[in-house]
Design a protein around this ligand. Structure first.
Ligand SMILES: [Zn+2]
Length: 145
């Protein structure tokens, strides 16, 4: 699958399996995306990125990747084996379906959930594939803190 920023100066392609899509409602995703962030992830070795990505260190153990030119938020990197990819930059049709919500305890108070998908208060290994205890060694999950 392929994706790009607004101006197609940063482009990427994935060559391997993708984790199911989850929506993160954590404060950082809300503030950096202006709502919530939908992301999947793939092995770092399966992702090819071209163009100049500006990495913002958003916490001690994670950074967020933006296009340096147009500021599209494209990646979340927990510095493990996987890299999370924000869904908005994939070229349509994506053909993927949202599988659940994480960090619901931090969601904005201006909206309610309109579907019956699993809603986890924080990280949920059933959605992300990884427990919090594994966060130092792998980042296939989307843990925003
Ligand atoms: Zn751009």
């Amino acid at each position: 699958m392929n994706g790009s920023c607004l101006r197609e100066r940063v482009c990427y392609s994935t060559a391997g399996p993708l984790r199911p899509v989850i929506a993160s409602h954590c404060t950082q995703c809300r503030k950096s995306s202006s709502h919530f962030a939908a992301a999947n992830s793939t092995a770092r070795t399966s992702l090819t990125i071209t163009g100049e990505v500006l990495w913002y260190q958003s916490s001690l153990r994670a950074r967020r990747g933006f296009c340096k030119n147009c500021s599209s938020q494209m990646f979340w990197d927990g510095l493990g084996n996987n890299l999370s990819i924000f869904l908005g930059c994939f070229e349509a049709p994506i053909g993927l379906t949202l599988s659940g919500h994480t960090f619901c305890a931090e969601k904005g108070d201006y909206y309610e959930f309109a579907n019956s998908l699993l809603q986890a208060e924080a990280n949920n290994p059933d959605l992300t594939g990884h427990s919090i205890a594994n966060q130092g060694s792998d980042n296939a999950f989307h843990n925003c803190h």
